[in-house]
Every structure is written in structure tokens, then in C-alpha cells.
Design a protein around this ligand. Structure first.
Ligand SMILES: Nc1ncnc2c1ncn2[C@@H]1O[C@H](COP(=O)(O)OP(=O)(O)OP(=O)(O)O)[C@@H](O)[C@H]1O
Length: 642
């Protein structure tokens, strides 16, 4: 019943043909032909080339469900990655992929195709409904009314039987957020892709983690989608007999090569012709009346024993005659007739012009993403509380160590300077490490969703900055409020606000440095190592230690944000206070800062710039590093190295 709903919707019956018509206009039958596909990577240890896919050829046709099977490690996912233009992390692809007979344009192809990957990459803090709604809001054309987008989400929820958990969080056990089950996650991933009603749908192991009833229902959905003029290619693990009865075309891989490709219905006869009769169908089977293994189970078992032989036989056959392609063409004609008889879409001539629907505007992308990022904070109060209490605890710690510093020259100078230095050491490491760890989760979601064409990487970065920076500023302000008054710095509103402003810029820069390290390294462990190295480097070459820095490293003090931040807060404090000696003599703090008094320890800190000038440079560094982080992100995203 629910399934019917989705079909009707896709047939533009329910939601207004105007809006969907626009989208369906691009829903032309697409056939994907690939020949001699190879994929190789370099072995990290030996440097030798490892051939993962070897000369794979085939066709995926509209209205037919194409299933790729093979043992674990046979190359199914890699083949889907190649066909879906979803390769990350290097490797060399060879061969040719044609879309409706014309060379594939990856950009255009990504707009008409969708890929449900094996691993579900979903935002833990969103509910099922929100996840699908955000996909609909960002993926569907801007000309489509929001009500129609919501209606489509409703239809998908019904079709994938997610009504019962639509308001449940996706969740993440590692984060301590209880959420939906593994099977429900799989369905949400498929639903995210169905939102755009793609022409071509790649699905990697859609049934893994599902019970058999749900697996059948999902495969039924894929068949239905195929019959609606779509090209559907999927890998499936351990299908039951009901599921195999739905297969149209079938490719069997063994160690990166094809051992059979053609209509599913002909596979039994083909294996029999190679001396491997499937017991279930063999006449005079020794199994008698007992049911034999399913053909798929039999093929997998046979490949284990005679895999190389079957691969060689198939290669020979392919060279001799393109039998499989001819068979597929025959199969396609049958499917079209079946589609007509079933009252499906009328047959349209395949076209080579693939139209992309206009995407939603950039500000709208930022708006939707910002909302989602903000929700993440209040949906996960434990995370918010732990962040805030962490800063409060650190501030109390510094405050207690340097509680109410004296105005005595002997200790007052040192304690003020040291407390600020310790605060900066804390506010350089904490936010940078946190952002490096968070990036690890963000990266996968960003990669997946930009690959799905949901939004631009620029929109994500703008939303991230717009939502993270206010939280960072609140945390730093809290830190400063507690520490400033506990340590007993000069009781002046102007001095306090300058102190807060400098520390906020300092903290934002530290956070960006952590993000940059994470973007470059690609994982949190290496990012934290790199971050530690960078921060130690910058801390060692700034402040008190400047005079000890070798001449050839002096340039580092000039670019270190610590130099300017420290000079600003020290100057802000010392130029407003007077200190006293043991003998009761009054010493001006300004004189101490300007080293007009012999033995002043602040000489190396004074960089000759005013407070305003130091703050201006710090502001420039804050925005400069942010811009640099964006350039890095953008470049690695373009190079598919995220
Ligand atoms: N970038 C890569 N670098 C090194 N090896 C790779 C790379 N990509 C894939 N492989 C290797 O290629 C082989 C095929 O991997 P693939 O994920 O395509 O297999 P699969 O058939 O989908 O397996 P499964 O069913 O277990 O998911 C595996 O041995 C895998 O380790």
C-alpha cells in the first residue's frame, strides 16, 4: 500500500505534475555501458601495483534490476564506486563508461545518479524525519514548493516503513546517543537517495543488517524503482530465493574479474554449459526430493573451487562474441513490454541530454545546514555541558593557582605574566584538539552529502563557521570571566573587554589550526600529533622565549598568533597598573612593560606595537587562518582527498 504511494508520486499523480514534471523531465531512461574497466592501486608496503578490477565489461539498462554478486573482496564495491564516480583515496581507473552511448561526464552524471554506500553516514543528532527532510530541502529543485517536498518525505517514510521511528534520533552508540536500529539506518540511507528520484541508482549491499522480510521489501522497492524508467545497479549478499527471483541481470565477480554476466534467468544454463549444473535444477539430482542449494549459493561455492577457470572461460567467450550484450538487449525489450503491460511509464526514447534540476540557493543551503548544526548542540546536552564545564574547570584551576595576585614587584609581574601564558597554553590546545576530533565525524558526512549534491562545500564551511564561532566565543567569555576576577587583574571594564576580545580571537585561531591539521591529516590521531607539534613550535617561539629563538627562526615569532595575543593582554594589564617594591616604592607598570626599569622580565614580550595594533594583527590572523582552512578544504575536496 505504502509502496504504491511512492509509485504514484513518482508518476506525478499526487504532488502536482508541474513540480514533479520538472524533475521527471530528467528521468529519461539511462543505459550505462562499461567496457574493460580496470582499477589498480599501489601497495603501500612494496610499491607494487595491485590490480583490483580486471577488464570488466557490461551494461546496466533502465527498467531492469542489475545485481552484482561475488565473494567478499571480489571487487563489487570498487566496481560500484567506479561506475558511480565515487572513488576516494587514489587509485588508477582504466576503461570506458558510456551513458546512453556517449562518454560519461562525471559532473552531469552525479546530478542524475545516486549512490547508497555500504556504510551508513548519517548525522547522529537528527531524527529520521529530519534527515530525510533535509535531504529533500537541499536536493530537490528550488522551484518545487516546500509542501511538495514534505509530501515526498512522507511518501518515502511510508514506503520504507519508517513511520514508527520517524521521530527517533539516528543516534550513535559511541556518543552515548541511543538511536534507531541498524536495519532502520540502512533504510534511511536509501530514503535519502530516493528523495531526488534519481535516474540511476547504485546501492551497495542494501539488505545487510535487515531481517529477511525487510530485505525482500527493500528489493521490491528497488525493482519498482527500476520499472519506473530507472537504472538500478546493486550488490547483494546472501539473497534468499524470493530476492533472487527479482533479479533481471546478474554479474558474478571473482577476484576482480567477471565469471558471468547476463540475464539472471540464463545463469543456470550457462553454469551447466561450463560443467557446473546447479543441483536444484539438474535432472536426476542426487538430492532427490530434498531442495538443493540456491543458485547463488551454488555459484559462490563453485567459484571457490573453479573461480579462475570460470573467469578464463568467460573472458574467452566474451572475446569470441558479445553474447551477454545481445542477451541483455533481448531482456530489455522484454522488460519494456512488461512495463507497458503493468501500466508503468510510457516508453521514451533514451536521450543523451541529461538535465540537472536547479539546486537550492547558496544562502538557503547555509540556512538549512546551520539549523542542523545548531540542533546538534541542544540535542546532545551532554556534549554541551561537558564543553562548557571543561572551560569553567580550567578557568577555576588557573584562578586558584594564581588567586588574587599581589601588586608586589617581586611576584606581581611574574604571576600576571605566567597566568596569562598558562591560559593561552590551555586555550591553544583544548579547542584545536576538540576540532580535530569533531572533524573526523564531519569529514565523512561532508564527503557523502557533497557527493550526493546536497550542498556546496562553501555552504558547509560558512554554516560551520557561523554556528561554531558563537559557541566558542561563549565558552571563552565564560573562561575569561572566571579567570580574570579570580586572578585579580586590573578591575577596569575596558581592560576586561580587551582581555576577552583577545582571548576569543586567540581561541578561534586555535580552533582553526586544529581544523586545518585535521583536514590535512584526514584522521584525528595524526591530526592531534600534528597539532601538538605546531602548537609547541608556536609556543616555544613566542612571548618570553623570543630572545632565545635562533635568528633563522625569528620569522616564526612574526607569524605566530601567540606573539600578538600575548603582547596585547600583557600591555593591556601592565599599562594600567602600578606595582610596589619591598621598600614601598611605586613602580609604573608601563615602565616595566617598556623595560625602562633594569631587570624587567617583559622585554621579550614587547613587540613595539600598541594594543590596538596587536589586536588588529590578531584579527587578521584569525580570519587569515580561517580562509586558509577553507582553501585547504576546498582543494582537498576537489581532489577527492577528503
Ligand atoms: N584503495 C584501495 N587500496 C587498497 N586496496 C583496495 C582499495 N580499494 C579496494 N581494495 C581491495 O580490493 C579488494 C576488493 O574490495 P571491495 O571493497 O571492492 O570488495 P567487495 O567485493 O565489495 O567486498 P565485500 O563484499 O567484503 O564488501 C579488497 O581486497 C580490498 O581490500
Amino acid at each position: 500500500m505504502a509502496s504504491k504511494q511512492l509509485c504514484e508520486e513518482d508518476g506525478s499523480q499526487e504532488l502536482g505534475s508541474q513540480e514533479l514534471g520538472e524533475e521527471d523531465g530528467s528521468q529519461e531512461p539511462v543505459s550505462l555501458t562499461f567496457s574493460n574497466i580496470g582499477f589498480s592501486v599501489k601497495d603501500r608496503r612494496t610499491g607494487a601495483t595491485v590490480q583490483i578490477l580486471k577488464s570488466i565489461s557490461g551494461t546496466v539498462t533502465a527498467r531492469r534490476l542489475m545485481v552484482i554478486m561475488g565473494s567478499s573482496g571480489a571487487g563489487k564495491t570498487t566496481l560500484l564506486d567506479v561506475l558511480a564516480c565515487n572513488l576516494f583515496g587514489g587509485g588508477t581507473v582504466s576503461g570506458e563508461v558510456l551513458v546512453n552511448g556517449a562518454p560519461r561526464n562525471p559532473r552531469e552524471f552525479s546530478q542524475i545518479s545516486c549512490y547508497v554506500t555500504q556504510r551508513d553516514v548519517l548525522l547522529a543528532s537528527s531524527t529520521v524525519r529530519e534527515t530525510l527532510l533535509i535531504a529533500a530541502l537541499l536536493k530537490l529543485p528550488r522551484t518545487m514548493p516546500t509542501a511538495a517536498k514534505v509530501a515526498r518525505v512522507d511518501a518515502i517514510i511510508a514506503d520504507l516503513e519508517l513511520e514508527g521511528c520517524q521521530h527517533t534520533l539516528i543516534g550513535d552508540e559511541v556518543m552515548g546517543m541511543k538511536g534507531i536500529s541498524g536495519g532502520q539506518r540502512r533504510r534511511v540511507s536509501v530514503g535519502q537517495e530516493l528523495v531526488k528520484s534519481p535516474n540511476v541508482l547504485f546501492v551497495d549491499e542494501p539488505t545487510s543488517g535487515l531481517d529477511s522480510e525487510m530485505a525482500v521489501s527493500l528489493v521490491d522497492t528497488l525493482v519498482r524503482l527500476a520499472r519506473q524508467n530507472r537504472t538500478v545497479c546493486t550488490t547483494i549478499h546472501q539473497p534468499n530465493s524470493y530476492i533472487t527471483s527479482k533479479f533481471d541481470d546478474f554479474m558474478l565477480l571473482h577476484a576482480g574479474s567477471v565469471s558471468y554476466f547476463g540475464p539472471w534467468s540464463e545463469s543456470v544454463a550457462y553454469f551447466a554449459s561450463q560443467g557446473c549444473p546447479c543441483p536444484q535444477f539438474a535432472s536426476g539430482s542426487i538430492l532427490g526430493s530434498r531442495p538443493g542449494p540456491l543458485p547463488t549459493d551454488f555459484y559462490m561455492a563453485t567459484l571457490k573451487i573453479r573461480g579462475d577457470e570460470l573467469v578464463a572461460a568467460w573472458a574467452e567467450l566474451e572475446q569470441a562474441s558479445p553474447k551477454c550484450l545481445a542477451a541483455l538487449e533481448a531482456g530489455e525489450a522484454a522488460a519494456v513490454t512488461a512495463g507497458r503491460e503493468a501500466g508503468g511509464h510510457g516508453m521514451e526514447e533514451p536521450t543523451q541530454e541529461l538535465h540537472a534540476a536547479p539546486r537550492v540557493s547558496w544562502p538557503y543551503q547555509v540556512h538549512v545546514l546551520s539549523g542542523r548544526m545548531l540542533r546538534m548542540w541542544w540535542r546532545n546536552p551532554a556534549m554541551l555541558v561537558s564543553e562548557v564545564s571543561q572551560y569553567a574547570f580550567m578557568a577555576i584551576f588557573v584562578g586558584l593557582v594564581y588567586l588574587q595576585v599581589s601588586d608586589n614587584v617581586a611576584t606581581g609581574i611574574h604571576d600576571r605574566a605566567a597566568s596569562m601564558w598558562v591560559a593561552m597554553a590551555i586555550l591553544s590546545s583544548t579547542p584545536s584538539y576538540t576540532s580535530a576530533v569533531i572533524w573526523d565525524k564531519d569529514r565523512l558526512l561532508l564527503r557523502r552529502e557533497t557527493q550526493q549534491g546536497m550542498y556546496n562545500v562553501t555552504a558547509w564551511f560558512a554554516a560551520k563557521t557561523a554556528t561554531t564561532w558563537p559557541v566558542e566565543i561563549v565558552q571563552t567569555t565564560l573562561f575569561c570571566v572566571v579567570m580574570y576576577w579570580m586572578v585579580g587583574f586590573v578591575p577596569s571594564a575596558a581592560a576586561f573587554f580587551i582581555f576577552v576580545a583577545v582571548f576569543c580571537m586567540f581561541q578561534l585561531t586555535s580552533e582553526t589550526i586544529g581544523t586545518m591539521c585535521a583536514i590535512v591529516c584526514g584522521n584525528a590521531t595524526y591530526a592531534i600529533l600534528l597539532c601538538t607539534f605546531v602548537l609547541i613550535f608556536l609556543l616555544s617561539f613566542s612571548g618570553f622565549l623570543v630572545s632565545a629563538v635562533p635568528v633563522y627562526f625569528r620569522w616564526i615569532t612574526k607569524i605566530s598568533y601567540l606573539t600578538y595575543a600575548y603582547a596585547a593582554v600583557i600591555q593591556n594589564e601592565f599599562t594600567r597598573i602600578d606595582l610596589t617594591t619591598e621598600g614601598g616604592e611605586t613602580v609604573s607598570g608601563t615602565a616595566v612593560y617598556n623595560s625602562e626599569r633594569s631587570g624587567s622580565p617583559l622585554g621579550p614580550v614587547n613587540n613595539g606595537l600598541s594594543i590596538a595594533a596587536n589586536m588588529a594583527v590578531l584579527l587578521g590572523i584569525t580570519f587569515g587562518t580561517r580562509a586558509l582552512a577553507f582553501v585547504l578544504l576546498f582543494a582537498l575536496h576537489k581532489l577527492k582527498r577528503l
